[in-house]
Design a protein around this ligand. Structure first.
Ligand code: NAD
Length: 492
């Protein structure tokens, strides 16, 4: 990745986009403007799908599934094609990274690794796994042979958000395809471009027509149509809790399709006085909330600091935060890029005003910056004097806004950590092994980091408890979501 190549790619024209159905672009009637958060300019349009586009895509996915061109071929054959897709993603990595950044404003250094490279690794991981999954023989009496088959579900609807669309999309598409399902994908209207390109590459890799379809458009129309379709067997979703609830309703009102939900968080990052290295802890904590302008589901948005080191730690945190350079996400030396949209920026600033009105104290940031670029940029923002009752301690902002709370004892830290409706991620900083293990048990979250924040790789599951959702992405556990079990009971 070099600045010269990025600069060349950043102004490449992007043709108006169509849906991708049955291995080719599908005609479109209505469109949505695609605005770059880097400079506020409209640089292409997306197809605005409706119920009939969704129906065409689902029919194409079902036809491919029933023909068995993918669902019934040997797993080893699917593996070859998925490997080819991973190679193609890698070959186009920079192009995909820059296209994605133009769409959603993530800093390019992180986008390059977290989007195409991580997506390629995900396709390889599930491709590699799928010819090693066996059926089972049940321990029955001798006059019976009972077999447990794993079968693909059929048509899986995938709905993803605008942050890390390729990475999160791959977490669902790769295991769904590896298991033999067909997929209809509805990306976010704010960041669809890389996933449309992914579908094109899938066709180039030899994945049969109809196996991976993409219909773009608004959540309330296109997403809703997918969620309510009577011939979709499952919805794998990442996004907000509000939409998650809608999806459960849509399932109940249609065909009772299964729904997997990866939702938001308000993750506690807990620093004990005996943290091994406070300077390092402060640096990683700043990165843990502010990277991608706070638009990370597992962002450590609640910092809990033990009172005895409070002043010292806050000094380190403020120093680390001051060093972060906010700006053009397509410059390699930028630490924090753009906020994804005007609406998200408005929401962030609303939370700042609300925190001030509720009595929290702004220690850093709080404002929009670089307005003259036409883009959406915000200073990393830190509030202290936050109480657990304040909105900033309870609600997900999904922006670069950190709330800081104090604690004295381990029990208080655990109680504070568990005091929201969420349970996605957490971190504990301590040199004491027993404290670390007790806190891992006490904190209700899908992942607890110790002496770091983030960085968990594909080998481990990701997902939440409480209102952060259910079902897991990543690891072999995620594959189970895309298989059904069928029993054969044979009298001998
Ligand atoms: P969102 O819920 O607004 O949208 C997510 C997707 O759902 C988009 O594709 C949208 O078009 C679609 N959608 C919206 N309404 C719909 C409806 N009625 N029916 C069907 N589909 C609909 O979320 P967002 O703003 O795109 O993403 C931010 C949220 O995602 C945050 O809450 C964040 O925490 C969460 N997130 C969670 C994880 C995780 O792994 N747990 C990862 C990333 C983001």
């Amino acid at each position: 990745m070099d600045q010269h190549s990025i600069d060349r790619l950043r102004s490449e024209p992007v043709a108006p986009q169509s849906h991708w159905i049955a291995g080719r672009p599908a005609s479109r009637e209505n469109s949505i403007d695609v605005q770059s958060p880097i400079d506020g300019r409209i640089f292409t349009t997306l197809a605005a799908g409706d119920e009939s586009d969704i129906d065409t895509a689902v029919k194409s996915a079902r036809a491919a599934f029933e023909k068995g061109v993918w669902s019934r071929v040997a797993p080893a054959e699917r593996k070859k094609k998925l490997f080819k897709l991973a190679d193609l993603i890698e070959a186009h990595a920079l192009e995909l990274a820059v296209l994605g950044v133009r769409d959603n404003g993530t800093e390019v250094g992180m986008a390059y690794k977290a989007e195409p490279l991580s997506a390629a690794a995900t396709f390889r991981y599930y491709a590699e796994a799928v010819d090693k999954i066996y059926g089972e023989i049940a321990p029955t009496s001798q006059d019976v042979l009972a077999l447990i088959h794993r079968e693909p579900l059929g048509v899986v609807g995938v709905i993803v958000p605008w942050n890390f669309p390729l990475m999160i999309g791959a977490w669902k598409i790769a295991p769904a395809l590896a298991a033999g399902n067909s997929v209809v994908l509805k990306p976010s209207e704010i960041a669809s471009l890389t996933l449309l390109r992914l579908a094109e590459l899938a066709t180039e890799a030899g994945i049969p027509d109809g196996v991976l379809n993409v219909v773009t458009g608004l959540g309330s129309i296109t997403g809703e149509a997918l969620a309510r379709h009577m011939d979709v067997d499952a919805i794998a979703f990442t996004g907000s809790g509000l939409t998650g609830r809608r999806l459960l309703e849509s399932s109940a009102r249609s065909n009772l399709k299964r729904v997997y939900l990866e939702l938001g968080g308000k993750s506690p990052n807990i620093v004990f006085a005996d943290a091994p290295d406070l300077v390092q802890a402060a640096k990683i904590s700043a990165f843990g909330i502010f990277r991608n302008s706070g638009q990370v589901c597992v962002a450590g948005s609640r910092l809990l600091v033990q009172s005895s080191i409070y002043e010292n730690f806050m000094d380190q945190l403020l120093a680390a935060t001051e060093k972060l350079k906010v700006g053009d996400p397509l410059k390699i030396d930028t630490d924090i890029g753009a906020v994804s949209s005007a609406d998200q920026l408005k929401k962030n600033l609303h939370h700042v005003a609300l925190a001030e009105s509720e009595g929290a104290r702004c220690l850093a940031g709080g404002n929009r910056i670089l307005e003259e670029t036409g883009g959406y940029y915000m200073q990393p923002t830190i509030f202290d004097n936050v109480t657990p009752q304040m909105t900033l301690a309870r609600e997900e902002v999904f922006g670069p806004v950190l709330s800081v709370l104090r604690f004295d004892t381990e029990d208080q830290a655990a109680a504070l950590a568990n005091s929201t409706v969420y349970g996605l991620a957490a971190a504990v900083w301590t040199s004491n092994l027993s404290t670390a293990h007790r806190m891992i048990r006490a904190v209700r979250a899908g992942v607890v980091h110790v002496n770091t924040y983030g960085g968990a790789d594909l080998t481990v599951p990701l997902g939440g408890v409480k209102q952060s959702g259910f079902g897991r992405d990543k690891s072999l556990h995620a594959l189970e979501k895309y298989f059904d079990l069928k029993t054969a009971w044979i009298s001998l």
